[in-house]
Design a protein around this ligand. Structure first.
Ligand code: NAD
Ligand code: UDP
Length: 344
């Protein structure tokens, strides 16, 4: 713990995968942390180890509703607000698209207004999805994106684009001191077994000996960042003390196909699972890789965890956490239709 750090931080979405790791990092730096979460995809077990931590508090609330009175009380001091509230996995954010859109738009507006009232610095967890199915590769922050505004991913992509718009407008009108991270695919311990994203799906399927579902022909690419690297980027960006640098990509530039990821996890787990293909979901981006030059220059940040090391830690975590609802199970969430067997 760093001495003398009496920062008070609000983490919306603090019981989620990334949010709970962020709470841990903030607490280890000596901050007081209030997590606010509606437990839509977040889980009590992600923050159970903090139950007896006097500098940690959790509020069960939805960001699209007015902020709880106890938070708005004049006696509560808030120095920083991280807005991570929003389901991030396609099957989860598409389950209630209206709520997803409102979470990004109404929730971000509410937290920005709270930042204005308290003078707190505001951080938005934006996403590489704002680039849609990118025509520029790798993606730089100056690229405006290629998003279908009416498809099934739009509730998330357009919601986050609107959240960025609100955040930039609060900066332009000097109503809040803001930071925006565009996060690329991140994985690690505390993902849910039924999260539905590719890393958790493939690991849980491999550990259970179930068919590994690859959507499409598996040639689409992603670049996967390990969670501790990403949280380090969050902390550096929030601590960046010059004027607002605009949105900053945070992700690991190592790009691989989804088919290669599945083969790698099969080899690492020694699983006898077969790889099966399913239809490619509508508007699934064909390729994605961050250009992180800006993060390197401004923050001195680059990911340090290799894919092998990150996957090893994540596989070990899923293997050890089989006693609760994170069991490697047949209940992974999937998108797409009927299963067809075959190597990719
Ligand atoms: P997650 O689903 O584990 O976490 C989201 C958290 O927000 C959960 O705890 C959920 O219960 C909470 N939440 C959702 N809607 C809410 C609402 N209306 N009110 C209050 N709480 C709400 O996902 P994650 O991977 O931890 O993502 C965290 C943030 O980072 C999200 O905003 C996501 O869009 C962004 N992001 C994540 C990734 C990634 O690869 N993990 C990539 C890009 C962006
Ligand atoms: N994917 C897959 N099998 C799965 C889950 C996802 O092949 O069981 C694919 C998905 O179609 C996409 C990639 O893996 O091409 C990454 O999907 P994820 O949901 O993890 O993240 P996002 O699509 O939001 O980048």
């Amino acid at each position: 713990m760093k001495n003398g750090n009496s920062k008070h931080v609000l983490v919306a979405g603090g019981a989620g995968f990334l949010g709970s790791h962020l709470c841990d990092a903030l607490l280890s730096e000596g901050a007081h942390v209030i997590a606010l979460d509606n437990f839509q995809t977040g889980r009590k077990q992600n923050i159970r180890h903090l139950e007896r931590e006097p500098r940690f508090d959790i509020i069960d609330s939805d960001v699209i509703k007015p902020l709880p009175a106890r938070l708005r009380s004049k006696r509560v001091k808030i120095d920083e607000i991280f807005n991570l509230a929003c389901a991030a996995s396609p099957p989860h954010y598409q389950a209630d698209p209206e709520h997803t859109m409102l979470t990004s738009v109404v929730g971000t507006h509410s937290l920005l207004t709270f930042a204005e009232a308290t003078g707190a610095r505001f951080f938005l967890a934006s996403t590489s999805e704002i680039y849609g199915d990118p025509e520029v590769h790798p993606q730089t922050e100056s690229y405006w994106g290629n998003v279908n505004p009416t498809g099934p991913r739009a509730c998330y992509d357009e919601g986050k684009r609107a959240a960025e718009t609100l955040t930039f407008d609060f900066d332009r009108s000097r109503r809040a001191d803001v930071r925006v991270a565009r996060i690329f695919n991140t994985y690690g311990p505390r993902m849910r077994a039924d999260d539905g994203r590719v890393v958790s799906n493939v690991i849980c399927q491999a550990l259970a000996g179930d068919d590994i579902t690859v959507y499409g022909d598996g040639s689409q690419t992603r670049s996967f960042c390990y969670v501790s690297d990403l949280v380090d980027g969050f902390m550096r960006l929030m601590a960046y003390d010059e004027s607002f640098p605009g949105a900053v990509n945070l992700g690991n530039p190592l790009e691989l196909t989804v088919g290669d990821l599945a083969e790698k996890v099969l080899a690492m787990t020694g699983s006898s699972s077969r790889i099966v293909t399913r239809p490619l979901p509508v508007d699934d981006p064909r390729r994605r890789r961050p250009d992180i030059s800006l993060a390197k220059k401004l923050l001195g940040w680059a990911p340090r965890t290799s894919l092998d090391a990150g996957l090893k830690a994540t596989i070990a975590w899923f293997a050890e956490n089989q006693s609760d609802d994170n069991k490697a199970t047949r209940n992974v969430a999937t998108l797409g239709g009927a299963v067809s067997a075959g190597r990719v």
